[in-house]
Ligand binder design. Structure first.
Ligand SMILES: [Zn+2]
Length: 388
């Protein structure tokens, strides 16, 4: 069994330990400051004798340390130096303890159980056993959690030998082990068995920010960030708001209103643009129809497929002649008619474009063919015209 110093000396950043076994990249020690992966939370990282310790797990009470490479010349009985990556540990402790506070409040005030926790590298989640957590509940939970932080309530850890001893405490969750149980207590907030390292009081958790809460498998998944992560999140959001304020000539308080006003203006411009496009298409269609003999045919230089379709549709509203529009910029030919022509658009594309340097398809009244070469595209237009 490894002596788990992180449980009682969570601020210990360096120490020495004696190697009990070393096989390949895996090392076991008589004692360790590295907390293993546990309950949805990644392990600590750091170095052992200067070699990066990238991951560790608890196997039947023995902590297995995985190193980036084997320790050279080190054998069982040798003493090695351990150094903890403190910023990673602090980040874990802040977000882990934040979860205790959030889950504790949900349980003590609403009887809502936490059914799952995941401490991700960017954001953490907890699954609260309530189908629809209202926005008001989320705001209230966040507010109360931060009040717990501001009060700086001690986080106590009681090491208990038996299940019987542990069950004397008002535990939030049923026990999963029968002996050597550590119970974490935040008076008035939470009481649960947990073997991860915790800060000595709640103030060290820093800001608790709920990012969002959404429906998840009949529960509510709460996404949150604590401590340094919450600060970084605030810095990012402040940058975004500052940029938006500049764009919309606003202050924080008027930003949303100004964005709505701008959206309305854009909506009005879009509708005006659509009307103008319709009018222009009518004028353009009249001109093309006036010059048409048996079919409306025209090659553009700068139209995309949407523009060809828009004009093609307008033409079919104004003439029953088949329409063949092409554009060298998108190298596409559009065949379209009102349904009164015998031209089978899709069939023409299939027979004379696909396999002849083009691809595409469509129905009897609307089809398109895409080419990679202007001349091949023009040849297809000539063939299509013969088919009319
Ligand atoms: Zn814990």
């Amino acid at each position: 069994m490894t002596n788990k110093l992180y449980q009682t000396q969570q601020y210990l950043k360096q120490c020495t330990a004696v190697v009990t076994a070393a096989e390949g990249n895996i090392v076991t020690l008589d004692r360790t400051i590295f907390a293993p992966e546990a309950g949805g939370q990644a392990s600590d990282i750091g170095t052992i004798q200067g070699v990066p310790m990238v991951h560790c797990i608890d196997r039947d009470g023995e902590i297995l340390h995985e190193l980036a490479e084997p320790l050279k010349g080190v054998k069982p009985g040798d003493e090695v130096e351990l150094e903890l990556d403190w910023m990673v540990r602090l980040d874990h402790m802040q977000n882990h303890c934040g979860e205790h506070i959030l889950s504790g409040i949900l349980f003590t005030e609403h009887g809502i159980e936490n059914k799952g926790f995941h401490l991700g590298s960017e954001i953490s989640t907890l699954d609260a056993a309530i189908k629809n957590m209202t926005e008001e509940m989320v705001r209230e939970l966040e507010w109360k959690a931060n009040q717990v932080v501001f009060q700086g309530i001690p986080v106590r850890v009681e090491m208990l030998e038996t299940r019987e001893d542990a069950e004397k405490y008002p535990l939030r969750k049923a026990l999963k082990v029968d002996e050597d149980i550590s119970v974490v207590i935040i008076d008035g907030v939470d009481c649960v068995a947990c073997c991860c390292p915790h800060p000595s009081d709640t103030s060290q958790v820093g800001l608790i920010k709920i990012i969002k809460a959404e429906h998840y498998k009949g529960m509510t998944r709460v996404y949150f960030k604590c401590g340094m992560r919450a600060l970084k999140d605030y810095q990012l959001k402040a940058e975004i708001v500052t940029a938006l304020n500049k764009k919309y000539s606003s202050e924080d308080e008027t930003l949303l209103e100004n964005m709505k006003i701008q959206e309305k203006k854009v909506g009005a411009l879009r509708s005006e643009l659509y009307t103008l496009k319709q009018r222009f298409a009518v004028l353009e269609a009249e001109e093309l129809i006036a010059g048409a003999e048996g079919a409306v045919v025209h090659e553009f230089e700068d139209r995309n497929l949407d523009e060809l379709r828009f004009l093609g549709k307008k033409l079919t509203e104004m003439t029953d002649l088949p329409v063949i529009l092409s554009s060298t910029s998108c190298k596409t030919v559009l065949l379209i008619h009102s349904g009164k022509s015998s031209l089978k658009c899709g069939q023409v594309v299939k027979e004379f474009a696909v396999g002849f340097g083009g691809k595409g398809g469509g129905s009897d009244t609307l089809a398109q063919a895409l080419f990679t070469d202007d001349e091949v595209m023009r040849n297809f237009v000539k063939i299509a015209l013969h088919s009319v």
